[in-house]
Every structure is written in structure tokens, then in C-alpha cells.
Design a protein around this ligand. Structure first.
Ligand SMILES: *Cc1c(COP(=O)(O)O)cnc(C)c1O
Length: 428
């Protein structure tokens, strides 16, 4: 085995250090396997109940009227995630688009949007208008209020109570930490927050940005009171197979509003050809529980490796997991870049290219991204990225298979090792 890794460019010291870390994780991995098994049964049951058949994989074009595959898939999503209805479309181009769509279709001029969990994901700043942008909610007289988490990561209930007013129409709750250094919210905590908010204002719409959280736990946010969950198909639920797409699942009215905005008033869900991608949506959802499981094993492995080497890792080596992201803070741009180069070098695609920091649209500083993915930009595939600014944290996620995730992490360490950016004494 060590020879196999040597062929990939990983030296004996790094391989053996990794093996020792992996040996300690057996029990942890078994727990993760149980969650995957639970969620696999969930998906399978939904597909059987909705009578998914070979006809569902037929391609529709043009208007896409009566697209059985599209309509059945949406019913499968609704069933799987406990929603009344769902919108799952290749016309939703990415996660940001899905979130923008959910917000813009369910808010009206004069309404207020509230984030009770601090600053939302970077790209949403322009959607909301926190950073002025053409077409933002702010341009449509939709105001925004934010209540930050308290220093210990808990909800600022007093602040949230004070922030809710007669204009508050929609509350956005980001499950994953995204690029922030704060804990990811468990589904249980999301449920507690929603109960509190609905206790103050029952008719407020509670939306959860579900990106990176799907299938990490047994439960999903609609089961604890959320009205709408929103995410991307080039993350968890696409299972690495969906080449594009986003989803919104939840209350019938919320989904309907989104459908009328995505296509057109009067048309809604009735149009929207699935082109040739619908089979990959089904198959991706079917594989998603095991793909998420691989990504989680990779994240836990990375946390244990880098914590043992003295770096700050979030979550830490033993904490429970609520999304697939692993942050490693290097306090050093060179180490951050070396890490990303290792992830890139371990990829099945574009392994020979070198990632460089660049000014990506939607982000306010240079970003480095490492990904050699089959689907461009897919972050359920092994990838690492982060803004080039202090504290120089890398956000690492994905891995279609555990073995590839493991290779990527060992390769990241190899790059740090070669450049003397780790304390080698800690590896013995
Ligand atoms: C990835 C992500 C988004 C945006 O999705 P894109 O597909 O990158 O546009 C939004 N919110 C969270 C929490 C995310 O992780």
C-alpha cells in the first residue's frame, strides 16, 4: 500500500503519519456509516413510493410540458425532505441562484429580511444588497437586518426578539458556516431557533440555506419547522453526478412563488425542459448519502491530521459534524497555498495545474481554489478554497470517495512537509 502512495508522490513519513491517525478513527467512521445507511434508506424509500421508472429518464426539450421525469423527481425530493412541494431544476444555475430565487420570489417591496445567525455567505451580500449590486433586494425596497451570534456561538435571543418587527417577512438561516469562523448549526439548533422565532411571529417564513448540510444528519431542517430549504446540486445532493442545478423544497406556497419567478407568472412549474440531465439528478441523489459519507470521513481525517500538527481546526478532531466543511487555519498564506496545491495535485482531473489566487466574482478579496473536478466548480468533489486574508483559513470539502479524500489530505500534507511548513517532530 505504501508503494501505491509513493507512486502518487506521498513519502513514507507522511503516509505512516496518516495511517496512525486513521487507526484512531474506526469508531468515528462507524457512526458516519450508520448515518449514511439511514439516509440511503430514506432516498430509496422515496424513489420506490413515487414509482421512479425508466420513463423518468427520458429527455424533454422545448417547453418541457408534462415532463414525467422532472415532476417525479420533484415529488421524490419533497418526500425525502418532508416538504409539501419541490423545485429541482437545471435552470437553477447554482446555490446562490437558488437562494436568490427563493428570497426574491417570497419577499415583496416593503418587506424585511432577517438573518439571526450573522453575516450570510459572501455571494449573498450582493443578492441582499449588503454590498450594493444591480438587481439586489435593496433595489426593490426590501430591507435587511442582521443579528450576530454571541461570542460563544450561541443565538442572541434578546437581539433577535428586538429585531423582529411588523415588516419582518422572511428569516434566513445558514446551516453551514461557509467562509465564517463560527460553528455550523445542527438541525436541532436550527429547530430551536425556528421555534423561538415562530413564537414571536408565527407567519414569518423560515428559510434554511442548506448548502453542504444535506445528509450529514438523520434529520433535515423541514422536519424541525423550517418552511423552505435551499441548496445546490453541485454540492451534496447532486452526488457528484449532477452537472448543474439547484433545489428549493418546502411549503407549497413558497415553492410556487419560486417557480413563478424562475419561469414566469402564469407558467410556474409547468414549463422547464429537463434536457438530458435528469437521470444524473436521480442517480446523484441516490449516491448522495455515500458520497457525503466519504466527504465526512475526509473532513474528520483532515481535522485529526492538522490538529495533531498544531494547527487550529474547525470543527476540531472530536466534535460532531453538521456539514462537510473542514476549516484549517494556517496564519500563513504560504501554508494555505501549499495546502491547496496538494489538493490539486491529488485530483483525477487537472492534477498538473497549479492553483493561483484570483479575484472571483461575488467575493471581496482574492480567493484560492483547488479543484480538479469532473464537474466544473463542483465542491462535493474534493476541493479546497479560501479568501487570501488573515487568518488564512482554508476551507476544505468533498471527496466522491473516501480513498480519494484521504489521498488529497495526505498530498496537502506532503506539500507542507516538502516546504518545511510543518513541525516534523510532531509527525513521529
Ligand atoms: C456554496 C454556498 C452557497 C452558494 O452556492 P454556489 O453554488 O457557490 O453559488 C451559499 N451558501 C452556502 C452556505 C454555501 O456553502
Amino acid at each position: 500500500m505504501q508503494k501505491q502512495y509513493e507512486q502518487l508522490g506521498i513519502c513514507r513519513e507522511v503516509y505512516e503519519f496518516g495511517s496512525r491517525i486513521e487507526d484512531r478513527l474506526k469508531e468515528r467512521f462507524q457512526k458516519l456509516d450508520e448515518t449514511a445507511e439511514f439516509n440511503q434508506a430514506k432516498v430509496l424509500h422515496a424513489m420506490q413510493e413515487l414509482r421512479v421508472s425508466a420513463e423518468c429518464f427520458n429527455m424533454s426539450s422545448g417547453y418541457g410540458y408534462n415532463d414525467l421525469g422532472r415532476d417525479t423527481l420533484e415529488a421524490v425530493y419533497a418526500k425525502c425532505f418532508h416538504g409539501e412541494d419541490a423545485l429541482v431544476r437545471p435552470q437553477i444555475t447554482c446555490g446562490t441562484h437558488a437562494l436568490a430565487l427563493a428570497l426574491m420570489s417570497n419577499l415583496r417591496p416593503g418587506d424585511e429580511l432577517l438573518s439571526p445567525v450573522g453575516k450570510p455567505y459572501d455571494t449573498l451580500e450582493e443578492v441582499i444588497g449588503i454590498r450594493p449590486s444591480k438587481g439586489s433586494l435593496a433595489e426593490y425596497q426590501i430591507s435587511y437586518r442582521q443579528v450576530d451570534l454571541l461570542a460563544d456561538g450561541s443565538f442572541d435571543y434578546e437581539g433577535i426578539k428586538n429585531a423582529i418587527n411588523e415588516k419582518t417577512r422572511l428569516v434566513t438561516i445558514q446551516r453551514s458556516k461557509g467562509y465564517a469562523v463560527r460553528p455550523t448549526l445542527s438541525v436541532k439548533r436550527i429547530g430551536e431557533l425556528i421555534s423561538f422565532i415562530k413564537g414571536i411571529k408565527p407567519d414569518v417564513i423560515c428559510m434554511v440555506d442548506n448548502c453542504y448540510g444535506e445528509f450529514v444528519e438523520d434529520k433535515e431542517p423541514l422536519e424541525v419547522g423550517a418552511d423552505m430549504i435551499v441548496g445546490s446540486l453541485i454540492k451534496n445532493l447532486g452526488g457528484g453526478l449532477a452537472p448543474i442545478g439547484g433545489y428549493i423544497v418546502g411549503k407549497k406556497e413558497c415553492v410556487e412563488n419560486a417557480a413563478y419567478r424562475l419561469t414566469s407568472p402564469g407558467l410556474g412549474k409547468e414549463v422547464g425542459a429537463s434536457l438530458g440531465v435528469i437521470q444524473s439528478f436521480y442517480q446523484g441523489l441516490f449516491l448522495a448519502p455515500t458520497v457525503v459519507n466519504s466527504a465526512l470521513k475526509g473532513a474528520v481525517f483532515a481535522a485529526n491530521i492538522y490538529e495533531a500538527l498544531g494547527f487550529d481546526v474547525l470543527p476540531n478532531s472530536t466534535e460532531s459534524r453538521h456539514d462537510i466543511i473542514q476549516a484549517v487555519t494556517f496564519h500563513n498564506p504560504d501554508a494555505m497555498i501549499a495546502f491547496c496545491k496538494g489538493i490539486q495535485a491529488a485530483a483525477p482531473v487537472d492534477s498538473y495545474v497549479t492553483p493561483e489566487p484570483w479575484a472571483m466574482p461575488g467575493y471581496d478579496s482574492d480567493v484560492i481554489m483547488a479543484a480538479g473536478a469532473f464537474v466544473q466548480g463542483s465542491s462535493i468533489e474534493l476541493s479546497a478554497d479560501g479568501p487570501i486574508k488573515p487568518p488564512y483559513s482554508v476551507y476544505f470539502q468533498g471527496g466522491l470517495t473516501w480513498y480519494h479524500a484521504k489521498t488529497g489530505i495526505l498530498m496537502s500534507l506532503q506539500k507542507l512537509y516538502e516546504q518545511n511548513l510543518v513541525n516534523k517532530d510532531l509527525m513521529c
